[in-house]
Design a binder for this molecule. Structure first.
Ligand SMILES: Nc1ncnc2c1ncn2[C@@H]1O[C@H](COP(=O)(O)OP(=O)(O)O)[C@@H](O)[C@H]1O
Ligand SMILES: [Mg+2]
Length: 570
């Protein structure tokens, strides 16, 4: 928390100075008032005193305005920093961590929780600082006027504070639970929205709405709990303040009657009493709000404390001599026990085409994720151009390796943004040429600004795949990993892709995962994966000889092809 405030200490200092000045000016006023009242009976009020009073009132108000501005702008800046660091941190968490969490909860932490923190910084700090000064200052001035009355007031207020403290503590817990429930609510809504087509197709809106409503109702219940705790504080404050006021009026009135106290002194004392009562009530209110902010800050901090994937390391050297581009050495990776990849020994030679084949669910996509170090192997290691990947800077490593995921997801922004991922310095003409090369000239005619909805809705699956191929053409990576790159395109486009791979091979290493066994026959090496293990490795003819899984895959593919070619046989 302090670390967050440090960069803004000047502005906060300025806020503290004006707040102090405002409180000082407020404390002067009753003293001036006292002399005015006490002299009023004997002769006309001195104009200078009236002028001083008026000046103090105006100056105090101006200082308060300045304090509000400084504190609010500082807390906006702190919130900006908090949001920026939180977003940066979250995007760098290990991929597995992000895949196993619900996005909506992360979104609420970045938005709703940081808002609460900001509100506390702004409201909390102004109120606490100015109230504390006013209360202490007023109590001092009051004790100068009448020590006994001051003790009476002090006792009542202290009692109120003692009674309120346990509520404030419980409020923090309640607010934490409330904010967490907002996270759950956001996550449920997010998951319904991100699969909205599925939800619509099965007319499942009511079911999903019911779940969202259940979560909303849980938040409501927790919100009521917060409301009850906040409400419990109110009567305590009311009784204490009203009690103090009545006690002072009663005791003070008697003492004025007895001549022990001047009327001016009682007036001044009462004004000071208000300066104690109002800020104390504010202070107690602020304390409960601060508890809420602390709870929100805890949720933000919890995320910030989670380790990101390792940052830094040596830059990835790229292809040097004749070392394999990528190499997995006895590597294993588990999603959960029994599910993952085991004991993988794989060499991906530089400048060659390696094809990965295997039944669905066998671990092909997982293997590609390991090759780009999206997942850290739980055992064994990845080597990139001869260097252990663990020593290399992950981002520099990934920039050397392009990875087109299964179904080729696109950024939900523009065509241009999707291509600039390859290289931020690209000019439009180059991008348009690449789009034409993969047969997307049509989409490009509508302009590079063409927006692609969340998940790439404005593009068909096949168009997204071709967009990803265009990105490959534009990037200067050394290795290209492609997961089922032609799963959504027609046969004519498949041959465009096969030609593209041949072009890429002139300068790069290519690894493809493919269902099309015909297309991988020409690969330099074929790797067969089954049930999380590599069960065969070699050329097409070698594997036909000694890998039964491969023979099965080829036979199934051939059957599929001939059925497609000869519909009469179906
Ligand atoms: N994100 C994930 N979380 C948990 N299990 C997963 C995840 N991704 C894949 N798996 C499991 O790992 C196994 C291999 O998956 P995958 O590599 O996607 O297979 P393939 O690409 O060969 O179809 C499957 O059993 C799958 O259920
Ligand atoms: Mg897959």
């Amino acid at each position: 928390m302090l670390a967050l405030l440090r960069p803004h200490r000047r502005r906060l200092l300025a806020a503290a100075v004006v707040t102090l000045a405002a409180s000082g000016l407020a404390l002067v006023q009753p003293a001036v008032l006292q002399s005015l009242v006490d002299t009023a009976g004997t002769h006309a009020p001195p104009l200078t005193l009236v002028g001083v009073l008026a000046l103090a009132v105006v100056a105090e108000s101006l200082c308060r305005g300045a304090a509000v501005y400084h504190v609010m702008s500082a807390s906006e800046s702190v919130t900006l920093d908090l949001r920026a660091t939180l977003a940066q941190h979250a995007l760098r968490l290990p991929l597995r961590r992000l895949e196993t969490t619900r996005r909506g909860d992360l979104v609420t932490r970045l938005t709703a929780d940081t808002s609460l923190v900001r509100q506390v910084l702004a409201a909390g700090m102004i109120e606490v600082a100015s109230s504390a000064v006013l209360v202490v200052g007023s109590l001092v001035m009051m004790s100068l006027i009448d020590p006994r009355l001051t003790v009476l007031t002090g006792v009542l207020i202290a009692l109120a504070i003692v009674m309120i403290t346990p509520f404030a503590r419980r409020l923090r817990g309640a607010t934490g639970r409330y904010q967490a429930s907002l996270g759950v609510l956001g996550a449920e809504f997010d998951s319904a929205l991100s699969s909205i087509r599925l939800v619509r197709s099965y007319a499942a809106e009511d079911g999903r709405t019911a779940r969202i409503a259940t979560d909303a109702r849980r938040s409501w219940g927790l919100g009521l709990q917060v409301a009850r705790l906040s409400a419990a504080v109110e009567p305590v404050i009311g009784i204490a303040t009203q009690g103090a006021l009545l006690a002072v009026l009663l005791v003070g009135g008697i003492r004025v009657g007895n001549g022990e106290l001047t009327l001016g002194a009682l007036v001044a004392f009462l004004v000071y009493l208000f300066m104690v009562i109002l800020p104390t009530a504010q202070l107690l209110g602020a304390l409960t709000r601060i508890q809420a902010g602390v709870a929100a800050l805890a949720r933000v901090d919890e995320l910030m404390q989670e380790p990101t994937e390792p940052q830094g390391g040596l830059p990835c050297a790229g292809p040097g001599g004749v070392v394999p581009a990528l190499e997995l050495v006895r590597a294993s990776f588990e999603y959960e026990p029994g599910r993952g990849l085991y004991d993988v020994d794989l060499v991906v030679p530089s400048g060659q085409h390696t094809a990965i084949v295997g039944p669905s669910g066998s671990g092909k996509s997982t293997l590609l994720s390991l090759l780009q170090r999206l997942y850290e192997p739980t055992d064994g290691e990845l080597r990139v151009f001869g260097d252990p990947a663990a020593l290399l800077d992950a981002r520099s490593l990934r920039r050397r390796i392009d990875y087109v995921e299964q179904n080729a997801p696109a950024l939900a922004t523009s065509l241009r943004d999707n291509l600039l991922l390859a290289d931020p310095g690209l000019d439009d003409a180059t991008m348009l040429r690449a789009l034409a090369r993969v047969g997307l000239a049509g989409a490009a005619e509508r302009g590079l600004e063409l927006t692609i909805g969340d998940g790439g809705i404005a593009l068909s699956g096949g168009e997204r795949q071709r967009l990803a191929w265009a990105r490959l053409l534009l990037s200067s990576s050394d290795v290209v990993l492609l997961d089922e790159p032609t799963s959504n395109v027609d046969t004519a486009t498949e041959s465009v892709f096969d030609a593209l791979v041949q072009d890429l091979l002139a300068q790069r290493t290519v690894v493809t995962v493919s269902h099309r066994l015909v297309a991988v026959r020409s690969a330099h090496q074929i790797v067969v994966v089954d049930e999380g293990r590599i069960v065969g490795q070699g050329t097409h003819s070698e594997l036909l000889d000694d890998c039964p899984t491969y023979r099965d895959l080829v036979a199934h593919d051939a059957a599929r092809l001939s059925a497609a070619a000869d519909p009469a046989r179906r």
